[in-house]
Write a protein that binds this ligand. Structure first.
Ligand SMILES: NC(=O)c1ccc[n+]([C@@H]2O[C@H](COP(=O)([O-])OP(=O)(O)OC[C@H]3O[C@@H](n4cnc5c(N)ncnc54)[C@H](OP(=O)(O)O)[C@@H]3O)[C@@H](O)[C@H]2O)c1
Length: 225
């Protein structure tokens, strides 16, 4: 949805995937039908060597880079007593280390043209404490702090912001009892739609250049204290 929204706004879009090759290639086709250029690149964002190779491929094809959206992320519950080192390594690798190395590689290209936008997709879980997801919450809280640190480090050329989604209901997804409970405790009494996130990303990718280091929470008011 984010890739398609940016393509509709006129951007050429590189689609990164790790496992979902077929989905990535069908997204590329959909983007090309919108009249802009696209390509899919496989890279595990938790692997800095693969990240470097991905950005080399991006620069080779497009010669420049204006926007990076760090959207890749994983989410799984584990009771704190059962959390293993491999759970921490996996979640921090994809949700926190990955966005850093993508931002580092992207910023090197962006700076050559003197401007750029980096948008990190964090989570309401980076703001609120969910005990069954303490590894996830910690990774997303880290991503929020990374956003602020990068915003200072990359200013004044590059603006770095974060979008923190609350619960999003994808088309066709069932509203189970857990979802109903979340909706009841959300002031706006609904779950978010993918468009709610992609529109915020589009705004941050195209708005004036006086916003950096901020977190935009898109959660129907659930985080209001
Ligand atoms: N859905 C929600 O309600 C919600 C709420 C708050 C925050 N978020 C955040 O929003 C982002 C997208 O969430 P989603 O619900 O769309 O998740 P999703 O449907 O599970 O998709 C996850 C995406 O991350 C990619 N990914 C996972 N591991 C990767 C890796 N090692 N390298 C490269 N790509 C990798 C996957 O690509 P492959 O399939 O190719 O591996 C997939 O495109 C995540 O950062 C998530 O934490 C979502």
């Amino acid at each position: 949805m984010i890739a398609l929204t940016l393509a509709r706004a006129g951007a050429n879009v590189v689609v990164n995937y790790n496992q979902s090759r077929r989905n990535a290639h069908s997204t590329v086709k959909e983007i090309e039908r919108l009249g802009v250029e696209s390509m899919a690149v496989r890279a595990d964002v938790a692997n800095p060597a693969e990240v470097k190779a991905m950005f080399r491929a991006v620069e080779k094809r497009f010669k420049r880079l204006d926007i990076l959206v760090n959207n890749a992320g994983i989410f799984f519950p584990v009771h704190w007593e059962d959390l293993q080192e491999r759970d921490w390594d996996r979640i921090l690798g994809i949700n926190l280390k990955g966005p850093f190395f993508c931002a580092q590689a992207a910023a090197r290209i962006m700076r050559r043209h003197g401007r750029g936008r980096i948008i990190n997709i964090s989570s309401l879980g980076g703001i609120q404490a969910w005990p069954k997801y303490m590894h996830y919450c910690s990774s997303k809280a880290g991503l929020i702090m990374l956003t602020r640190c990068l915003a200072r480090a990359l200013a004044p050329d590059i603006c770095v912001n974060s979008v923190a989604p609350g619960t999003i209901l994808f088309p066709g997804e069932k509203r189970g009892p857990e979802m109903e409970k979340i909706i009841r405790s959300t002031p706006l009494k609904k779950a978010g739609r993918p468009e709610d996130i992609s529109e915020m990303v589009r705004y941050l990718a195209t708005c004036g250049d006086f916003v950096t280091g901020q977190v935009f929470v898109v959660d129907g008011g659930k985080s209001i204290p």
